[in-house]
Structures are given as structure tokens and as C-alpha cells.
Design a protein around this ligand. Structure first.
Ligand code: SF4
Length: 677
């Protein structure tokens, strides 16, 4: 039996694998993993179906046809590396090294990303982007500004008396990230009588088990959070001692409030006044309380401001750095092996001027390529990512990919994005490569490494191995002197708390010192003032220190309803696994959830094929009419190749500082369609 961990989503659930003659016979959840505690979701349980899938890419493929209508020719890795080396040399001479960009998907982790960043820095491009801006960016910025960095707060649900799940659906998404989230919530309910409030326009799986469901209008969460703040302050329900002792900016915040009275907020959010009042009073009186806020609130132009307002709510009620509230457990700090000092200073990434606080720019990639601003981007390396399905504005993404001179895709399967590639390279699944679980956003501070469980199938390579081999080919032998994956792991561990352990010991995992609740309050938060900044100084230069709504398109005559894209559906992870039989049979057909207000007005019945239109595009999809969702909202899952939600989304309507695109609350029209698709 070999212990490892799943790398599909960032829960890193522990797996025990039975291996015989180099083949994994079966797997089960690892009960000794202190965070996942033996649990695996349906994706993890069926992960061998991906490893041994007959359609896995076996050899590098060269496109001898056209972009969009490829003809594939199998070639050797040697030739693939030679073609890449020549092309990179040529691009550097003609357009400069910054004309080359690397785009990761969400599954790539520390070892792979570190090696790719190292390659990019040595080559001379700052353009390495992951999915921060289309995922957690607004939340990370909000917490960094308010609580200081590195800021990775999680909710201590098991010890909470009151729980708000805001735009969060842990029954389906990231269920084991900080322990079994749902198990902890149920425990708090059982042992402490905790109430659970779910704020979500959809009747999500989690909303069905909550005590209260606030069916909020999409993209109005900011108003709800600000209404709760104003109500707490106006009615003297906030924690005076906590605010005085541990925060700055309270007076400025209080003076700036106005316009968030319950009547206005009820109108903006489509929620009953009494419900807002009741929830706010319960939050104030039920200490400790936890508010989990996830991507449901982040993917809109108000994502950063909403996350900030929720951070303020937690602070005003004294629920930060306390047991049962927000707790901080930073991941282990590993050696930075990216050679960032090799990148010439002053080189800004392609998103740097547009979104100065963003740490990546995937949502802006198509615009940068098509506009040549701030400079030409002529090549993209797509690493376990499927931008044709996952980035906003599919038509534009395809046009951008077609314009590029050299597109390399490194993946397990021939994805939709591969159609626009010049070169496709076979990638390793997590069973075939090493990685580290740094303990990011985990409740127990625990660190472990993973070494490959089986040898890479066919000719697959990890991203780290690919760029190492490319680096050597390009003459960077000194920088890529990593003959084995173990040597890469050792380089990462150098100087860290884990350095003194053998790799064998680290495969079993080590416990790190827990930062007990209260640690930051005693020692000081890592903000410029050392306190929780309700009016953050780092946002002052951007005139964003006081919370404010961001202007965005609203419903109108032509587009009278609101669209949500991207709610998670259980067997899939973004665009992955539709080709995996065991998983796809659990949810074979994409469906749009349609609020009953739309259904009545447009005479739509359950099972009808509907057409959804936005100012960007249109999509036909099967309707599932829902009684208990916001009545004038339609919700479409993403990641389907033949029913792609991103034909409806706009890449240029974004949150101003992080660049998060508006995936939620898009004005739309919905009507019955005649045929499908
Ligand atoms: S929640 Fe599922 S997909 Fe995510 S790491 Fe755990 S088993 Fe894997």
C-alpha cells in the first residue's frame, strides 16, 4: 500500500493505493490524513479512471493541419523539444521574451509551477499566469488588505455557534478543504445548536440543509454585507472592546456609512427586511460565529468590495482570530526556487498596467493578445488548462489562440483548446508525479510530500520535467540541474521547517506548530498598522480604502433577467471528466436552473430547451425549473464543450483591481428555443 494525495482540487485528500506490478489495483481514503480523515469525493474515488483512461495522450503530437482543424502527427519528445527551442529562440529575437506566456490550470501546484516560473524567469518573461484572477483573487486581496499577509483564514465551523455560508456550496465544492466542512458544520449544529444560514441565489445542495436560505439577487451581496454593517453600528450591536483593541479605521468607516439602511438593502437584494434584521442580530449575539465566503460572491465586479465588507463584519462582531471564528493557519514556507532575480527589473506582466494589484491575468489574456497591448504576446504554453471552456468570452479566446504564432498544450487528453495548438504534449496525472501539500487553507497545520505512485504511462511528463528538459535543451543546464524529481523536492525543502526530515518521513507527513487562535491578536497582524485595517492603507492609493459599490450592467428591457455561470456540479471539476464514463453518467446532460419568475413569464416548463442571450452571445440548453431560487435568475454550469457557458460571458467587465470577470449577475434574456443545441 502506498500513501499519496489527490491533486484534482486543492483539498489534497489523502489516498492509500494498493499497487501490484507497477499498477494501481485500488484506492481508498487515507484515514491518517488529519485534514481529509479518510474522505474522498466522487472525483477522487474515480481518479483511477483518468489515470488508466484509453484516450490519454500517449506521445507528443504536431499539428500539420490548420488551427481549428488540426491534423495530428505523432512525434518524439526530442523533436517536440527541438521545435519548441527553435520557436522560443525566434520569438525572443523578433518580439522579445515577454511575447511568450505560460497559462496554468487550477490543478497545477508548487513543484510544477515553481519549475515553470524558473524557466520563464531564465528565459526572460514575466508572463506566468494561473487562475487567481478568475478564481479567488478578490478574496485574497480583500484579506491581504484587511488582515495582512500571508493571509489564509479559514473558518472554525466545529466550534461556531452561528454559521453563514455566503456564496459557498461545501456539499459539492471543496468539501474537505479544512476538515470535512459539512461534518464540522453538522457537529456544531448537533453539539452547540448552531444555526446555518446559506446566502445563495440558487437552491444549492448546501442551501437545502441550511436553517435559513437567503435567496439573494445575484451581484447584490455587497449591499447585504454593508446593510448588516450599518445595522450593527446604528444599533450599537458591534463588539466595542474587539474593535478598540484590534482594529483601525472604525471612525472613518462609520462616518462613510449611509445609504445602506434595511429598506434600501432589501430593495437592492430582493430579500425581506425582517430576514436581514434577524440574521444580523443573530450574528451579533451568537458568538463565536463563522462566515465562509467563496467564489459565488467573488466572480462579479463587486467581488473585492463584498469580500472586504464580510471581513469587516467578522471584525465588528469580534470573530477574527478566535476559536469558532476565522482562524489563521499559514502554510509551510518553502524555498523559492523560481530564480526571480534573473528577470530584468521593471518587466511588467501583460496584465500589470490594467490590474496593478493582480497576481495573475488569465482573464485578460485574450484581450492582451488581440490588442497587442501593452506589448505583443505571440505564444502561449497552456499547462493542464482548457481556456476555450474556462476563460470568459469564448469567441474572443478562440480568436486570440488563432492569432498566436506558437501554442503548446500540455494535458492528459485532446481538449477543446488543443484544436488551436501547434504542439500537444502528454502530461502526467498526480499518480505519476511528485508534489508537495503545503497545507494551504487546511485546519491542521500538516505538511507532506508525494512521490510518484506509479511510473508515468506512455511518454507522459510532468510540467516540471517538461520545462527541465526544455531548459537543458536551450542551454540552461546549470539552472535545470535536477536529474530526478527527488532533487527538485530537495531544492524546495532547503531552508524550510521540513528540511531536516528525510523524503521518506515527509511522505508520511509532519505536523507543524499550530498558530492557536489569539496568536495574531497578541503578536500583531501583518498589516502596516499591526491591526485589522477596516479601512486598509494598501488600498488608499487606488481610492478603494472605503467600501463602495462598483458600477456594473443591470437588468434592462432587452436583458430583463440575471445569469449566473459556473456553479459546481458534483462529478466534475471545471472542464474535466466529461469523458470519464463513471463520472459523466452521474450528470450526463447540462441543465440551466431557471427561477420560477422567468419560467412563468416566458412560459418555460421543466425539460424545455431554452435560449439564453447576453450582449456577448447566445446558448441553447435544457431547462430545470427551480421553485426555491431567486425567481428572475437563470444559472448555467460551465465546462461543457457542446454547451459552453462562456459564450455568454464578457472578459472586459471586471472587478477593477483583481481583474475578476463578471461570471455572476450578467443581464440576459431567456426564452424557449426551437431546437437544441
Ligand atoms: S475533494 Fe475530491 S477532488 Fe478534491 S482533493 Fe478531495 S478527493 Fe480529490
Amino acid at each position: 500500500m502506498k500513501r499519496t494525495f489527490c491533486q484534482i482540487c486543492k483539498c489534497d485528500c489523502g489516498i492509500v493505493a494498493e499497487v501490484k506490478n507497477g499498477k494501481i489495483l485500488r484506492i481508498e481514503g487515507d484515514r491518517e490524513n488529519p485534514n481529509s480523515r479518510g474522505k474522498l469525493c466522487v472525483k477522487g474515488k474515480n481518479s483511477l479512471d483518468v489515470l488508466y483512461h484509453m484516450d490519454r495522450l500517449k506521445k507528443p503530437l504536431l499539428n500539420t493541419g490548420d488551427k481549428g482543424s488540426p491534423k495530428w502527427k505523432e512525434i518524439s519528445w526530442d523533436l517536440a523539444l527541438e521545435i519548441t527551442e527553435n520557436k522560443l529562440g525566434e520569438l525572443k529575437t523578433r518580439h522579445g521574451p515577454e511575447s511568450v506566456a505560460f497559462l496554468f490550470g487550477t490543478t497545477s501546484r508548487t513543484l510544477d509551477t515553481s519549475l515553470v516560473r524558473r524557466f520563464a524567469n531564465v528565459y526572460g518573461t514575466p508572463n506566468v499566469t494561473q487562475t487567481w484572477s478568475i478564481c479567488v483573487g478578490p478574496k485574497v486581496l480583500a484579506y491581504l488588505a484587511t488582515f495582512g499577509g500571508p493571509s489564509y483564514p479559514t473558518c472554525d465551523f466545529a466550534n461556531a455557534n452561528f454559521i453563514i455560508l455566503w456564496g459557498a456550496n461545501p456539499l459539492v465544492s471543496y468539501m474537505h478543504r479544512y476538515h470535512g466542512v459539512v461534518q464540522d458544520i453538522l457537529k456544531a449544529r448537533r453539539t452547540k445548536g448552531a444555526s446555518v444560514v446559506v446566502v445563495d441565489p440558487r437552491e444549492s445542495e448546501t442551501a437545502r440543509i441550511g436553517d435559513f436560505h437567503l435567496r439573494i439577487k445575484p451581484n447584490s451581496d455587497f449591499y447585504l454585507a454593508m446593510g448588516m454593517i450599518q445595522y450593527l453600528i446604528d444599533n450599537d450591536l458591534y463588539d466595542h472592546d474587539f474593535v478598540r483593541e484590534y482594529t483601525t479605521g472604525f471612525n472613518k468607516l462609520r462616518e462613510s456609512l449611509g445609504g445602506y439602511d434595511l429598506e434600501t438593502v432589501a430593495r437592492k437584494t430582493d430579500l425581506p427586511i425582517e430576514q436581514i434584521r434577524q440574521i444580523t442580530e443573530r450574528l451579533a449575539e451568537s458568538r463565536p460565529a463563522s462566515i465562509d465566503r467563496r467564489e459565488g460572491i467573488l466572480h462579479s465586479v463587486n467581488g473585492l468590495q463584498t469580500a472586504r465588507a464580510i471581513a469587516i463584519l467578522m471584525s465588528l462582531t469580534g470573530n477574527v482570530d478566535v476559536q469558532g471564528g476565522l482562524i489563521f493557519n499559514p502554510p509551510i514556507k518553502l524555498n523559492n526556487i523560481t530564480l526571480e532575480e534573473r528577470l530584468p527589473t521593471g518587466k511588467k506582466p501583460f496584465w500589470g498596467e490594467q490590474y496593478p494589484l493582480a497576481s495573475d491575468g488569465s482573464g485578460y489574456l485574450a484581450e492582451a493578445i488581440l490588442s497587442d497591448r501593452p506589448y505583443p504576446v505571440r505564444s502561449v504554453f497552456v499547462l493542464e488548462s482548457n481556456p476555450v471552456l474556462t476563460l470568459p468570452n469564448t469567441k474572443k479566446v478562440i480568436n486570440a489562440l488563432k492569432k498566436l504564432e506558437f501554442v503548446v498544450v500540455h494535458d492528459f487528453f485532446l481538449t477543446e483548446t488543443c484544436k488551436f495548438a501547434d504542439l500537444v504534449l502528454p502530461a502526467c496525472t498526480f499518480y505519476e508525479k511528485s508534489e508537495v501539500d503545503v497545507g494551504l487553507l487546511k485546519k491542521v497545520r500538516w505538511f507532506r510530500i508525494r512521490r510518484k505512485v506509479v511510473e508515468a504511462l506512455n511518454e507522459s511528463k510532468s510540467e516540471a520535467e517538461f520545462v527541465r528538459d526544455l531548459g537543458i535543451k536551450m542551454g540552461y543546464s546549470n539552472e535545470f540541474d535536477f536529474p530526478t524529481e527527488d532533487s527538485m523536492l530537495r531544492a524546495l525543502l532547503e531552508g524550510s521547517d521540513a528540511e531536516r526530515y528525510s523524503l521518506g518521513e515527509l511522505e508520511d507527513g509532519i505536523y507543524l506548530e499550530d498558530l492557536r487562535p489569539g496568536y495574531l491578536r497578541e503578536r500583531g497582524f501583518n498589516t502596516p498598522s499591526g491591526k485589522i485595517e477596516l479601512v486598509p492603507s494598501i488600498l488608499r492609493p487606488f481610492h478603494d480604502d472605503l467600501p463602495h459599490p462598483v458600477a456594473s450592467p443591470t437588468e434592462s428591457g432587452k436583458y430583463p433577467f440575471l445569469l449566473i455561470t459556473g456553479p459546481k456540479v458534483p462529478p466534475y471539476y471545471h472542464s474535466q471528466f466529461r469523458n470519464t464514463q463513471t463520472l459523466s453518467k452521474l450528470n450526463p446532460v447540462p441543465c440551466a436552473e431557471v427561477g420560477k419568475g422567468i419560467a412563468q413569464k416566458m412560459e418555460i416548463s421543466h425539460g424545455d430547451i431554452i435560449e439564453i442571450r447576453t450582449h456577448v452571445g447566445r446558448l441553447n440548453i435544457k431547462a430545470a425549473v427551480k421553485e426555491n431560487m431567486h425567481p428572475f435568475t437563470v444559472s448555467v454550469p460551465h465546462g461543457w464543450a457542446d454547451c459552453n457557458a462562456n459564450v455568454l460571458t464578457d472578459d472586459l467587465i471586471t472587478e477593477p483591481l483583481s481583474g475578476a470577470p463578471m461570471y455572476r449577475g450578467i443581464p440576459c434574456q431567456v426564452r424557449k428555443a426551437l431546437e437544441f443545441p
